[in-house]
Design a protein. Structure first.
Length: 432
């Protein structure tokens, strides 16, 4: 027998989770299925709306000023500015005190591990004291066993970029860790548990040992930035203890994957799914579907087939949301002759000649970066003739085309806005 729900969301990233939460808030009975582990743990944990225009202008101070000028077909143009604002407000309610930035339309400039700054609309509270607009002098601290963050180089890049403060970087040993292949979670757990470590001065706690090590390198700076490893379950407590010991504000610098802020965001969102009554299943790919339609009507998806450890299980819903990611997440795939969406074979606009999918300039505007589904304003994927592929399917997040999330710094914002609209519309149409 088929498992039945009002709304079935396919995909467990930011767009899929947002869709599921929005549909549940609309009163629908919701299930989320995902094949792979959420990509949230590989993301920075920052929520960007629009950092740069499609023409490369930026960094933008107010992303909403630029939304009205986006080209037709951009996901933001499809859903509208009001929906972007509503989605951010929805995220603020879900994230609560874990995120900052909700009281302004202006982008914040958050320093990253490479010494660049990223324009972002919402950011973890752990990064709040490190904003590049803050003129206070800053000490960046890196660790010998964590080569992904070169603090002296990051500080030099910040100063070269014109940051309005003096930045200095130092590299120290991390108490209790001697291997350079330790996972970021090992650093976090050591500080979470405040484990006992041995230093040259004898046995002490991890937090005290770290503070003592860094205090010796301070030269009057008012704030200290660490790579984003300062605890997981007790991150706020770890930062507070270090700040008290150092007499300076402490902040985290977002890192590349795997990302502890991304893991924290994943935990927060999946806890919200549980609280909302959304049923979730991971490791279960959708391998097929069946449709129903009457003559002259747009086809409707009757059910999808999920592979659950070798057993083919039908899942039926009134409405479906596809949030499987783009080319990187394999929600969109390419072969030598075509680009396609692999579950429902939805149309992906692209040039017929594969040599037109890219340009030779590695830093040029790459056509493939915009590959994805072309939706209507209800976010229903359209076929090659501009008609909805299915009456009860919507798409959200990176599976949509018409924008370059990496160049625009718009990935999380698009996932939020389109996920919110897709989930809300799906709930509204249940048994309509």
């Amino acid at each position: 027998m088929a498992i039945e729900d009002d709304v079935l969301v396919i995909g467990g990233g930011l767009a899929g989770v947002t869709s599921a939460l929005a549909a549940a808030e609309g009163g629908a009975r919701v299930r989320l299925v995902t094949y792979k582990q959420s990509t949230l743990r590989h993301a920075s944990g920052l929520i960007d709306v629009l950092g740069y225009t499609p023409d490369g202008e930026g960094p933008l101070v107010d992303p909403f000023d630029a939304l009205a000028d986006l080209p037709e077909g951009h996901p933001y143009e499809r859903v509208g500015t009001d929906a972007v604002r509503d989605a951010l407000s929805f995220f603020d309610d879900v994230a609560g005190a874990a995120y900052a930035g909700e009281h302004t339309d202006a982008n914040a400039l958050v320093p990253t591990h490479g010494g660049t700054v990223k324009p972002t609309a919402r950011y973890p509270v752990s990064t709040a004291s490190g904003l590049a607009s803050d003129p206070r002098d800053t000490l960046l601290v890196g660790f010998e066993t964590l080569p992904d963050f070169e603090a002296p180089l990051a500080a030099a890049h910040l100063e070269a970029a014109g940051a309005p403060f003096d930045a200095r970087g130092v590299t120290v040993s991390f108490p209790g860790i001697v291997r350079d292949d330790a996972k970021v979670t090992r650093y976090a757990h050591l500080l979470d548990r405040d484990e006992s470590v041995t230093t040259g001065a004898g046995e002490t706690s991890a937090r005290e040992a770290l503070a003592t090590t860094v205090e010796a390198r301070l030269e009057g700076e008012c704030r200290v930035g660490f790579p984003a490893i300062l605890g997981d379950d007790y991150a706020d407590e770890v930062r507070a203890d270090l700040a008290d010991a150092l007499g300076a504000d402490v902040f985290e610098v977002p890192m590349g994957p795997p990302s502890l802020p991304g893991m924290r965001l994943e935990d927060l969102l999946y806890k919200a799914l549980e609280d909302a009554g959304v049923r979730t299943a991971s490791g279960v790919p959708v391998i097929g579907y069946e449709t129903e339609s009457e003559s002259g009507e747009t086809a409707r998806i009757d059910h999808v087939v999920v592979d659950r450890h070798g057993a083919e299980i039908p899942h039926r819903a009134d409405q479906y949301v596809l949030a499987t990611g783009g080319l990187v997440g394999k929600g969109v795939r390419s072969e030598r002759e075509r680009v396609f969406e692999p579950i429902f074979d939805c149309h992906v606009p692209h040039a017929s000649d594969r040599y037109d999918w890219f340009v030779d300039d590695v830093f040029g505007e790459q056509p493939y970066a915009r590959f994805g589904l072309a939706p209507d304003r209800e976010l229903r994927p359209l076929d090659a003739d501009g008609e909805p592929e299915f009456a009860n399917l919507r798409a959200a997040g990176a599976v949509l085309g018409g924008y370059d999330f990496a160049a625009e710094k718009s990935g999380a914002g698009v996932s939020l806005a389109t996920g919110y609209v897709a989930g809300t519309r799906a709930a509204e149409e249940v048994d309509e």
